[in-house]
Write a new protein. Structure first.
Length: 334
């Protein structure tokens, strides 16, 4: 039970910390005004309910402007059969009325509802917050894309066992951490030629790294030909979620991109039989993980690393390895 005072407005931070299922959050008779997601201040649109996919977080404002009573608060699973409900109660401090009646209804099971809501969550271009410049001062839509990669995550079987893969490569943990292998130039740990497009071939186990260019501007397209909602996380970066739609992504899909006020975040969903496209400036040197947020898929290979190289070895771009760093695997003795 959550105790609230009549007439006050509260900020709620709502996160989906599950490992497999999208959620829908709602409070009976109350609007949810979205103000932030993963560090980005959003346009303050109000919703009856809010879809939150695996790994995502939102800040919403809720105003206690209803008659003094108790109200259902519900988090229900999305796109599942059956629908499972987690139920709480919002209790107005001067309420003498117990919660009763049916739960507030959730949205339809149609993907279109969630996709349309997703498109309305955009950047607030006048928000300053704890930064020297307004969010809108970075005109990402005016930057030329220097490289593109299309990533297709899929369920597969390798040697008769369940695996998941990206562009037909199912990631396996190497005997030496990738960053150590890269720093000490240890060969045989990983390959740098991760394919930039789906191959359509049979999946196989491997350790492949997507090589990029420092200060480049990367277009990443996530293609989902499955019948589930996929969720992805990008370490070390936030990316502008510029587009999403059904079907196969093509170069013509760029005409649909939001090049003005797309929200910047590190976690994104890809709807069934659909694509999602992001743009990101490669200004953070390192070896970064890009992975499925759905734990089973991540554990069984649906992840990869991308390298943003330090162009001149300067400590200005990347700090040196700490003297107490653990050297394991083939890095022992270096």
């Amino acid at each position: 039970m959550m105790h609230l005072d009549t007439g006050k407005t509260y900020r709620l931070r709502i996160c989906n910390v599950g490992i497999s299922t999208s959620l829908n959050f709602r409070i009976a008779s109350h609007k949810l005004t979205v103000v932030e997601t993963e560090g980005s201040h959003t346009k303050q649109n109000s919703y009856e309910n809010l879809d939150i996919h695996v790994g995502q977080c939102y800040s919403v404002l809720v105003t206690c402007n209803q008659p003094s009573a108790d109200y259902y608060m519900v988090a229900s699973t999305r796109f599942t059969t059956p629908v499972l409900n987690g139920i709480g109660v919002v209790h107005y401090s001067n309420s003498g009325t117990k919660v009763s009646g049916p739960l507030p209804p959730g949205p339809t099971v149609e993907i279109g509802y969630s996709l349309n809501q997703f498109r309305t969550i955009t950047w607030n271009l006048t928000a300053n917050a704890a930064r020297p410049n307004p969010q809108g001062s970075f005109h990402y839509g005016m930057i030329n894309v220097t490289e593109t990669a299309v990533l297709e995550g899929a369920s597969t079987a390798i040697n008769g066992k369940q695996r998941y893969a990206v562009n037909s490569i199912s990631y396996v943990n190497p005997d030496t951490p990738l960053k150590l292998a890269d720093y000490f130039n240890i060969g045989g740990v990983f390959s740098m030629n991760f394919p930039r497009n789906p191959s359509g071939g049979s999946a196989f186990l491997g350790v492949f790294v997507l090589n990029t260019v420092y200060r480049g501007f990367l277009e990443l397209v996530f293609q989902n030909d499955e019948n589930i909602v996929q969720s992805w996380h990008i370490d070390g970066y936030t990316a502008f979620i510029v587009g999403a739609n059904g079907g196969k992504w093509t170069s013509a899909s760029r005409k649909e991109y939001n090049l003005l006020d797309a929200v910047a975040r590190s976690t994104l969903q890809v709807y069934p039989q659909s694509w999602t496209a992001v743009l990101m400036e490669l200004d953070n040197v390192g070896m970064w993980n890009l992975r499925s947020q759905i734990w089973e898929r991540q554990y069984l290979g649906e992840q990869l690393y991308f390298k943003v190289p330090n162009p001149d070895g300067s400590f200005r771009n990347e700090a040196d390895i700490p003297p107490n760093a653990l050297r394991c695997g083939r890095a022992i003795g270096h």
